[in-house]
Design a protein around this ligand. Structure first.
Ligand code: PMP
Length: 428
């Protein structure tokens, strides 16, 4: 295939006319496909329906310790659920607080508490002139929304293939006391799917923050969300590494079962040092008398243990893998070698990230929409919704069927080609 940049104006115009015909044909089909959010598909949700049979009106509602889950108590979660979440997050039970159904809610709460009450006795962030967070980009739009909501200044840090640019992270964190946090998705990142290397994790652990209340917001949302049995990424345990490095309190780790059981009704947890747990529980006792323990019981009875959970994740992988491959195969077939876009082949998580030529992302997303394919808004993967290069597009293949993903990828590829041709024609 000839590269677009090597084509003459006439060649580009001829190609454009042919591709436009194809685009119009696709448009005429009146498709309505949504690849905007990382939602599990219907058959994935069906995998966990058995969980609803675990508890009924004749069930024993007591925990292993004999506590009645229908009543108040177990503020930080029932013991067996704390153990399950600890095993999933590869930490100790003493590190875990089990919350409600959403880890994003826990992240919001963690930032909110730091704003109003500081971190383990530090000055509340709201009393400081400036609070800054480092944001590896592209990243998760809802992380950026939380920090934006609290008026925290966000600083873009390039996300490389093995994690954030650590030279820059060190420079900011070790020198600027206004830098209080960094958003991280260390495994199968949202949206690029990259996995942090051991070296990156170690460099995080040995940071020497200028601010004593600097914290790493380690969102391990995709910790057991592999797509391939023989390519399962492992990352170093940040809690262990921080402890070894003499920084035991520097990290908050978040996770949930949103993409294991139900996003609408899962279990979320925070893992952090015993000292942080103690400080957070002082607030928790004021906030609530406990979260939904019947749901915690349901989850633990359904999975039994971490092996049960991992076996369940294999079933998710079997459903998700062909959807990812539908997109990636179309990219390989239609875009490889053209030099009008680049992408990473994720082996886990929920997203594929596509980098178009500079200045093309918004136009591609708009053209896709006109042909019935809804993508995450261009720019969403950057703080303030501003992608400085207007190049990154996030694709979420989980919700549509494989056939729909094939159809949507075809349209996406057509739009990438058409917008890229226009870019070259415009530059002549
Ligand atoms: N973190 C990341 C990185 C995510 O991609 C998502 C969902 N898209 C969430 C958190 C949301 O998690 P929860 O449902 O537990 O709030």
């Amino acid at each position: 295939m000839k590269k677009y940049k090597d084509m003459s104006k006439d060649e580009l115009l001829t190609l454009k006319a042919a591709l436009l015909e194809e685009y119009k044909e696709e448009q005429a089909k009146g498709l309505s496909l949504n690849m905007a959010r990382g939602k599990p598909g219907f058959s994935q949700l069906a995998l966990s329906m058995g969980m609803l049979d675990e508890i009924n009106s004749s069930s024993d509602m007591r925990t292993l310790l004999g506590n009645d889950t229908r009543n108040y108590g177990d503020l930080d979660g029932i013991g067996e659920c704390r153990q399950l979440m600890a095993d999933m997050m590869e930490v100790k039970k003493e590190n875990i607080i089990v919350y409600g159904n959403s880890s994003l809610n826990v992240m919001y709460d963690t930032v909110s508490r730091s704003m109003t009450h500081g971190v383990n006795g530090s000055t509340p962030w709201c009393k400081l002139d400036k609070v800054k967070f480092l944001c590896p980009v592209p990243g998760y739009d809802r992380h950026f929304k939380i920090t934006e909501f609290f008026g925290i200044e966000m600083i873009n840090i390039p996300l490389l293939e093995d994690g954030p640019d650590m030279d820059l992270v060190e420079e900011y964190v070790n020198n600027d006391p206004a830098v209080k946090g960094i958003w991280c998705v260390p495994k199968y990142s949202n949206p690029t799917g990259i996995v942090y290397s051991d070296e990156v994790v170690r460099r995080f652990a040995v940071l020497k923050p200028a601010a004593e209340d600097f914290r790493i917001f380690w969102d391990n949302a995709y910790c057991i969300h592999h797509l391939y049995k023989d390519k399962q990424a492992e990352i170093l345990n940040i809690l262990d590494e921080c402890e070894k490095a003499g920084n035991p309190d520097m990290v908050y780790m978040f996770a949930s079962t949103s993409k294991i059981t139900f996003p609408g009704s899962g279990i979320a947890a925070l893992a952090t040092s015993p000292r942080n747990v103690e400080f957070i529980k002082k607030q928790l006792t004021v906030q609530t008398i406990g979260h939904d323990k019947i749901n915690q019981l349901r989850h633990t009875r359904f999975f039994k243990n971490i092996d049960g959970m991992k076996a369940h994740m294999d079933k998710h992988a079997d459903i998700l893998r062909p959807k990812f491959e539908a997109v990636l195969n179309e990219f390989d077939k239609e875009l490889a070698g053209l030099e009008i876009g680049s992408w990473i082949r994720p082996v886990g998580g929920y997203f594929i990230s596509f980098d178009a030529l500079e200045g093309c992302a918004k136009k591609i997303v708009a053209m896709c929409k006109d042909a019935g394919v809804v993508l995450t808004g261009a720019g969403a993967t950057f703080p303030y919704g501003k992608d400085p290069k207007d190049s990154n597009i996030r694709i979420a293949p989980s919700f549509p069927s494989v056939e729909e993903m094939e159809a949507a990828s075809k349209i996406f590829v057509l739009c990438v080609k058409l917008v890229s041709i226009d870019k070259y024609l415009g530059e002549e």
